[in-house]
Design a protein around this ligand. Structure first.
Ligand code: ADP
Ligand code: MG
Length: 469
C-alpha cells in the first residue's frame, strides 16, 4: 500500500487512504464478489476534513447504487477503520479526474464540493408493482426443521437484497411453501425498501411473455422490463428448462441482473442438478449462491401450520383435532389446509363446533384411502423399532425394569403389537410375562393418549412410519 504523504495532501487524507484500504478488505468479506468487483473496487477516497469523507465512484449510476444499497455499510466500515464517526458522501468522479496513485487529486476534483451527488433522473422504464398474495408473509409462515434453511435464506435476502445470498435457489415438492416464501420476500422488500423494483413471475409467464414479445417485435421492451428490476423472483423455473430460445433469454436476463448485483431468487420443484435441460452456465451460478431445499413438514410443524391457519381464518380448532389432522395428512401443506377448511366449512354449515368426530368423518370420507391394505409388521420389527426409538434394550422391556423410558417403551410396544402386528392380547402377555388385562390396560392408555398427548402422538406417528416401510 501507498503509505507516504502525497504532494499537496494533508494528514487527514493520508489517514483516509489508509482507512479506506483496510475498509476495502472488510467490504470484500461483507458483500458478495460480483458486487465488490463491480462497485467497490473502482471507488476512490477523495477528501476528508476530519468530519466528512467524500468517496468517488466512476459513474453516476455506480454512485447512486452504492449510496442506496451500501451507504450504511460503507459508513459503518469506514467509521470503524477511522476509529471515529464521520459523514460519508459518494460523488460521481469521472475516471480522468480520479486521483491516480502517487499523484495528488486534481485541483478541480470535487474535494471542495462536499454535498452528495444529485439524485439521478428516474429512468422512464415502465414498472408495475408485483401482485402478491397478502397472506403469504413471513409472519404467516411456520418455521420447522423441514424449511428452516429456506426461510432463513429468504429472510436474509429480503432484508438486504443483493448483499447476502445471490442467487437464492429454493426447491421442494408441491405444496411445501415455495411460492409462499417468494411472495414473503416480495412483501418484505417492498416494505423495508419501498424504492426497489420487485418483479415476481413464474417460469411459464417468462416463457409466454418472451414468445409474445418475439412475435410482436417488442423484444426491447421485454428486456427493459426485466433487466431493470432490483429483485427478480422467478417461481417454478423448471418450466424454462428444455425451451431452447427462452432458456437463452432467461440466462442473459439472469446474467445482466447478477452482474449488476441485483437480487435473484428462484424456486423450482427439483434441485439444480436435476434441471438437466437448463444451461450449465446457469447451474454453476446457482452454486455460487445458496441452494436451500424444503422437505415435507414434520408432525409438530404440521400441527403448528394448522393452528396458525386456524388463527388467521378465525377458526376455533381444538388441539386434539389439530393432532388428528396432522397425524392423518403428511407431505402436502395445501392438502393439510384443505382438510382444515372443509372441516370448518362443515361445522359452520351445521352451526356446530369442530369436534374430533367431525374431523374423523371428513377425513375418512374424502382424504384417507380406506382400501389401502395395511402392512403387518412382525413382532421382531415392532420390538426393534420401539427399543430404538426409546434407546432401551429388548431385555429391558421384556424384563422388569421400571424406569420411565422403559415403562413407556413397554406400553407402546404392547399397543403396537396389538394394533400393528395384530397379535392376540394373550400372546403379547406371554412375551412380557404379564396377564392379558395388563396388556389391555397398556393398550388403552396409549390409544387414548394418541391425539391428546403430543409426545405419545409423535412417538406413535414416527413408529408407524418406520413400521410401514
Ligand atoms: P409450493 O409453491 O411449494 O407448491 P405454496 O407456497 O403454494 O407451495 O404452499 C401451499 C400452501 O401451504 C399455501 O397456502 C401456503 O401458505 C401453505 N404453507 C406451506 N408451507 C407453509 C408454512 N411453513 N407455514 C404456513 N403455511 C404454509
Ligand atoms: Mg408454487
Amino acid at each position: 500500500m501507498d503509505d507516504q504523504l502525497h504532494l499537496g495532501e494533508d494528514e487527514n487524507m493520508l489517514v483516509l487512504r489508509r482507512a479506506w484500504d483496510r475498509a476495502m478488505h472488510t467490504l470484500a468479506n461483507r458483500v458478495n464478489k460480483p458486487s465488490f468487483e463491480s462497485w467497490f473496487k473502482s471507488m476512490k477516497p477523495v477528501s476528508y476534513d476530519g468530519e466528512r469523507v467524500v468517496l468517488g465512484a466512476p459513474s453516476p449510476f455506480a454512485c447512486e447504487w452504492v449510496s442506496k444499497r451500501y451507504g450504511n455499510l460503507v459508513r459503518e466500515v469506514l467509521c470503524q477503520h477511522l476509529g471515529k464517526t464521520v459523514e460519508v458522501s459518494i460523488v460521481h468522479l469521472p475516471p480522468e479526474k480520479r486521483p491516480v496513485l502517487g499523484e495528488p487529486p486534481a485541483e478541480e476534483a470535487p474535494s471542495v464540493r462536499r454535498e452528495p451527488a444529485p439524485p439521478l433522473e428516474p429512468e422512464p422504464i415502465p414498472y408495475e408493482k408485483p401482485i402478491l398474495n397478502p397472506k403469504y408473509t413471513f409472519e404467516n409462515f411456520v418455521v420447522g426443521n423441514s424449511n428452516r434453511l429456506a426461510q432463513a435464506g429468504a429472510m436474509s435476502v429480503a432484508r438486504a437484497p443483493g448483499q447476502s445470498y445471490n442467487p437464492l435457489f429454493i426447491y421442494g415438492g408441491a405444496g411445501l411453501g415455495k411460492t409462499h416464501l417468494m411472495h414473503a420476500i416480495g412483501h418484505q422488500v417492498l416494505q423495508e425498501h419501498p424504492r426497489l423494483r420487485v418483479a415476481y413471475l413464474s417460469g411459464e409467464t417468462f416463457a409466454q411473455q418472451y414468445i409474445a414479445a418475439l412475435r410482436e417485435h417488442r423484444i426491447d421492451a421485454f428486456r427493459q422490463k426485466y433487466r431493470n428490476v432490483d429483485v427478480w423472483l422467478v417461481d417454478d423455473i423448471q418450466f424454462i428448462a428444455g425451451k431452447e430460445h427462452t432458456k437463452e433469454e432467461f440466462f442473459h436476463t439472469f446474467n445482466t441482473l447478477y452482474q449488476m448485483g441485483r437480487q435473484v431468487v428462484f424456486a423450482s420443484d427439483r434441485p439444480p442438478r436435476e434441471l438437466h435441460a437448463l444451461d450449465d452456465r446457469l447451474r454453476s451460478r446457482f452454486e455460487a449462491g445458496l441452494i436451500a431445499d424444503i422437505a415435507p413438514p414434520e408432525f409438530e410443524t404440521r400441527v403448528a401450520i394448522l393452528q396458525k391457519r386456524a388463527q388467521i381464518e378465525g377458526i376455533q380448532l381444538p388441539e386434539q383435532v389439530a393432532y388428528h389432522i396432522a397425524y392423518a395428512i403428511e407431505g402436502n401443506v395445501r392438502t393439510l389446509e384443505g382438510v382444515l377448511i372443509s372441516i370448518a366449512a362443515r361445522a359452520s354449515v351445521h352451526g356446530k363446533p369442530i369436534t374430533l368426530q367431525l374431523a374423523e368423518e371428513v377425513l375418512a370420507r374424502h382424504y384417507v384411502d380406506e382400501k389401502q391394505v395395511p402392512h403387518v409388521p412382525t413382532e421382531q420389527a415392532v420390538l426393534q423399532a420401539v427399543c430404538q426409538r426409546f434407546g432401551v434394550s429388548t431385555q429391558d422391556i421384556l424384563g422388569d425394569q421400571r424406569s420411565r423410558e422403559v415403562l413407556m417403551a413397554r406400553q407402546v410396544a404392547m399397543y403396537l403389537l396389538r394394533e400393528k402386528a395384530q397379535l392376540p392380547l394373550q400372546q403379547i402377555g406371554q412375551m412380557f410375562g404379564k396377564n392379558h388385562s395388563t396388556v389391555l390396560h397398556a393398550y388403552n392408555r396409549v390409544k387414548t393418549s394418541i391425539n391428546r398427548d403430543k409426545e405419545i402422538t409423535r412417538i406413535i406417528y414416527d413408529l408407524n412410519t418406520v413400521l410401514e416401510h
